[in-house]
Design a protein around this ligand. Structure first.
Ligand SMILES: [Zn+2]
Length: 273
């Protein structure tokens, strides 16, 4: 169960799969990076959220030279900060690609990254990165992976993601309070990767995250086949999050394990590889 059978497959034969690079928040601790995932299908490899501590494990599974794209849900540091490390590799340290790395990110990402350096403007980033501004409803192709972006509810501009490949569907909430776009993203998904960053049971006031119960209810309403919880609220134990989400879902629920690859298969329900 712990061995990834995908390594025995030719890349073009390998189906949609999710590797958890980091599932922690809001800062990296030993053996727990912040939000970051590698989504692969066929020859495609997309780094979804570049949270602190995820660049290093990313390179256990793929190479920056051949990475298809980066997709960043929002610019909170716990989801985006390791893009700076990728710039050091690709822009400053001679890791070469045949074309700049496409970076799908909310507006302002290039300016924020450029702010670390003395050079004026953002044009100097072009030698390594090609920025694409995310917007609600945007659709992209990353080496054969279909990426659908939807705006979600957070305290900064934020997006969720639906990835389709070979008839399989992975949906990712990013960071979001409950909102209709999440159900659309997760509709019929084989695997719904959902944050559970709000550990309260009866939250009041401004919402920025989902409770485990809301993640479970989301999975049920969306008709998702299985639910993988991530970005758990501080102090929320994984087993408690899984139990609370399971009550409202009725399908399989797990908490994201770093370093583990999950197959996203249309039939049967998604299971860890
Ligand atoms: Zn956030």
């Amino acid at each position: 169960m712990d061995q990834d059978p995908a390594v025995a497959l030719r890349p073009e034969d390998a189906g949609l799969r999710l590797t958890v690079l980091g599932a922690g928040a809001p800062y990296a601790v030993p053996d727990r990076a912040c939000s970051g995932y590698l989504v692969q299908g066929g020859r495609a490899a997309v780094w979804v959220d570049t949270g602190p501590g995820t660049l290093a494990p990313l390179q256990r599974f793929t190479a920056l030279e051949t990475l298809s794209a980066v997709w960043i849900s929002h610019l909170h540091a716990d989801h985006a900060a390791d893009l700076l490390g990728a710039w050091y590799a690709l822009g400053l340290c001679g890791v070469t690609r045949t074309a700049p790395l496409p970076v799908y990110a909310p507006r302002g990402c290039a300016e924020r990254l450029a702010g670390y350096f003395a050079e004026p403007g953002t044009a100097f980033l072009d030698k390594a990165f090609r920025f694409h501004e995310l917007a609600d409803g945007r659709e992209d192709d990353a080496d054969g992976l279909r990426l659908l972006t939807r705006a979600v509810e957070h305290d900064v501009e934020a997006f969720g993601l639906r990835v389709e490949y070979g008839g399989s569907v992975l949906a990712y909430t990013g960071d979001s309070a409950p909102c209709p776009a999440l159900e659309e993203l997760g509709s019929g998904a084989d695997l719904l990767l959902s944050e559970a960053g709000d550990g309260r049971t009866a939250p009041e006031g401004v919402r920025r995250h989902l409770t485990p119960e809301e993640a479970g209810a989301l999975a049920r309403r969306a008709g998702a086949r299985s639910l993988l919880l991530t970005h758990l609220a501080t102090g929320l134990a994984a087993e408690d999050a899984v139990r609370r989400a399971s009550d409202g879902f009725g399908g399989p629920v797990n908490s994201a394990e770093e370093g583990r690859t999950y197959g996203v298969v249309a039939d049967p329900a998604s299971v860890p590889l």
